[in-house]
Each structure stands twice: as structure tokens, then as C-alpha cells.
Design a protein around this ligand. Sequence first.
Ligand SMILES: [Zn+2]
Length: 353
Amino acid sequence: MDYQAFLPDPANLRVNDAHISPKTVWLEIASTASTCLCPTCGHTAARVHSRYQRVLKDLACFGRRVRLHLGVRRFFCDTASCPQRIFCERLVLAAPRQRLTRRLAQQVACITLEAGAACSARCLALIGQPVSPDTLLRSVPESPDASSGPVRHLGIDDWAWRKGQRYGTILVDLDRHQAIDLLPDREVKTLVSWLQAHPELEIITRDRLGAYQEAATLGAPQALQVADRWHLLKNLWETLERFLQRLHQPLLEVFRKTNPQHRVPVPESSRICPPTPRTQQRFQTIQDLKSLGDSPGQITQRTGFSRVTVRKYLHLKASPGQPPRRRRTRLIDPHREWLTAQWDAGTRNATLV
Ligand SMILES: [Zn+2]
């Protein structure tokens, strides 16, 4: 069989040997080029320093994984002015230090952009190309610089490096619906310097964080500040939820009296288990600090709990119970068994790429 036809052309590669197992195709490959261009100075190098082996994952073939065993050389660069003394041979097939061939990396990056890293990792594992979500994220080429161009309408919000501990600021161009910058913190000074570099700003939408209000006023006094719709709706929803939670029992009793023929099923989400000792302790700590006269902000700082937790517990009269744990369901779950069966049966009809 002529395996040479499966390699990209012109690759300057030769297939020396091939081995096919029930799940994998192994190809032994070597470079046929006698020289290589130095990546630093661009001069031709012919003196070989040493050789080593690389194993590359390639596109699957007839339901089998493909692995390439590649004999690669290191060359001396003999150009006197070049700072690079030794370098690794550059190949058409794969970039240096990459474990996937270029064509597989390209395919994987397309899938990751469409489906996200975690979902893509699960799908790729099903078709015999196991790649970790972190590798998938690294495989996505950097998108073109989105920060260029004037910004007239800007959205500002915070994002978590680590929830409850460290936050940054995300800036979104509302006309292009694109994130255009990430700031490392939520400090007024950082945001002011960014805003001052964009005098074309006309409207800023933001949440009600005091630092953002101050920064927008100082950094872009010409811009109109607007409370963004998402936060308005979120605040409204939370207030309404708290209000209805307080009235849950009276409303239920009124409904039972007026509709005696109806049995009201208890939804799973509202079945409550007793509070855990940890929840009980948190609730007590927050209530103690409240009785000492601390503000919600001071309680957040002193305890390290999130603002949401502190606000929630401050409004409660007793420690909240825990909803029962629910297993997270995924879209692929109903089909997982079928896909696995297809793969195991060796039909390989489940190929998605
Ligand atoms: Zn060189």
C-alpha cells in the first residue's frame, strides 16, 4: 500500500514502515531533505547535530487512530553572525513542539470554536481522538485584534479570576458585540486610564458597582452612563424571588383553601434538606457581625464570603436549608450510550469529523 499519498505534499517526508493494529495505524516517517533553513537567520544549514523521535497524532483513518513516528534532526547553524547555534528541523507536517499534525490541529480548532473546549473533548474522545480541554483551548488560533478601532458604546462588567476572591474588568464594544479588553482588576485608576484613551465614547453601560461609576465619571465625563438591562432584570428577579419566598407558605395555604380538589406537588427544586453545619456556621457569623453593626461590605471583607452570600443571609431569619443535589445533565447524555455502542462495535459510524 502506498502510504506516501496520505502525507501532505510537498512534505519532503518518506514512509519507511507501517504497522496496523485493531485500533491504531502506526507510520514510521523520516525527512528526505538534506538541508534545512535556520529559523533565525534564514540561511541553509547542512551539518547535523543529533537526531530524536517525535510522535504525532494525525487524522483518524477507517475508524483507527493514526500515529506518526517521526525521525527528526537538529542542525548546526554555521552562520557566524547568527545567535542560534543549534535548531530543530522545521517540518510541513507539524509545528515545533506540537503533538498534533497541522491538519489535525486545524480540524480540532474548528470543532472547539463551534462546540467549546469541554464538549469538543468529550466528542473527540468518542471518535478515538482524546485531547484534553486545555490542549483544545491552546489549539485555537488567536483571533484578530478586536481592540482596534473607535468605541462609541461600551459595556463594563466584572469577571472572576477566582470567585469571591479576585476580580477583573471586561470591556465590551456594544456595536460589534465583542469583548475588546480585559483589565486585571476593578480599580478606579486602571479603568480611568483606559477610558481616557478613548475620548470617542458616547454611552457606557455598567452595573451599580461604585468603582465603575466613579471611574466612568472621571475617565469619560462626556459619556452618558446607563444601568445595563441585564443587571436591572437580575436585580428585579432577585427581589421578586425573595419577596415570593417570604410569602410562599401563605400563598400555598390560600391556594389549597380555594382549590381543595388540587394536590400541589412539591417541585424538586423547592424540597429542602436541613442546613449543613457549614451553612449554619456561615449564617451565624454573618448575623453576629450584623448585630455588631457591620455593613454588608464590611462583613464581606471580614469573612471573605461573596457579596451575594452575605446579602442573601442578611435577609434570612433562620439558616437556609440545602436543596437536594441534582446530577448535571448534558445534551449528549441521551445519545452517549448509542455513540459508545457504535464505537465499541467497531462500526465507527459515529464519526463526527
Ligand atoms: Zn542561523
